[in-house]
Design a binder for this molecule. Sequence first.
Ligand code: SF4
Ligand code: SF4
Length: 165
Amino acid sequence: MSTTNSGQIRLEGEKRKKANKKLITSLKQRTPGNLDNQVHALHEEVFAATDCLDCANCCKTTSPAVYETDIDRLSKALRMKPSEVIAKYLKRDDEGDWIMNASPCPFLLEDNRCSVYEDRPRACRTYPHTDRKKVAQLLDLTYRNSFICPAVQQILQKLELSLLK
Ligand code: SF4
Ligand code: SF4
């Protein structure tokens, strides 16, 4: 059952907007040498205590980019032709990438599970990208995700506190 509200998450992001922006700016200006390790450790800590099935806000409010390999995988799983997957579920975004044609995602179930979980797009698997290498190159994305993902919000708050020590 969903216990997390998209509006509340957005509001929390807005409340922390100034502090997060300041943190991101300072990390860009003086990137700690161990930033990847710090953020990856916080990612593990925060997600160990996060149940995404209580949230699903990423699936409800934003779409992953869907690449050809994703479309091929989905088409096999759904027993549809790639062109049918595109026609039924996808549209182009402003940059010309395929994204889901609806929000919430058409594959999101009532109980927040993903109906194509084993075959979901790669970007769904890696969201919110806080365990990827070269965190410093993803700071703007992480900032944007702080308005969507409560786990990112926590990671940034914890990072801010640890940098103040
Ligand atoms: S990744 Fe973030 S936004 Fe998505 S379900 Fe998990 S906590 Fe929520
Ligand atoms: S495909 Fe699944 S994991 Fe990806 S956005 Fe849709 S519901 Fe979420």
